[in-house]
Design a protein around this ligand. Structure first.
Ligand SMILES: [Zn+2]
Length: 73
């Protein structure tokens, strides 16, 4: 089902929950779950997507998105 829009997922980059963003030491000093900046990708919830779009899109982009979404109604 690759490419099927119904399976589309959105991800955000967040501080690693395994090594706590690098605060846990010992065996977590070389954490395999995150990158060099101690961040990892996690699936974004619908509310997270709404918050990010609401706080980052310019007003013109918000209007464009709203009219695009209304086309399906
Ligand atoms: Zn980590």
């Amino acid at each position: 089902m690759e490419g099927d829009e119904s399976d589309a997922k959105l991800y955000i980059k967040a501080s690693c929950s395994i090594c706590l963003g690098g605060r846990r030491e010992g065996c977590f000093s070389n954490c395999p779950y995150c990158d060099v900046s101690r961040q990892t990708y996690i699936e974004a919830s619908f509310n997270e997507v709404k918050d990010i779009l609401g706080s980052t899109l310019k007003q013109s982009a918000k209007r464009e998105l709203i009219s695009y979404l209304k086309k399906d109604d």
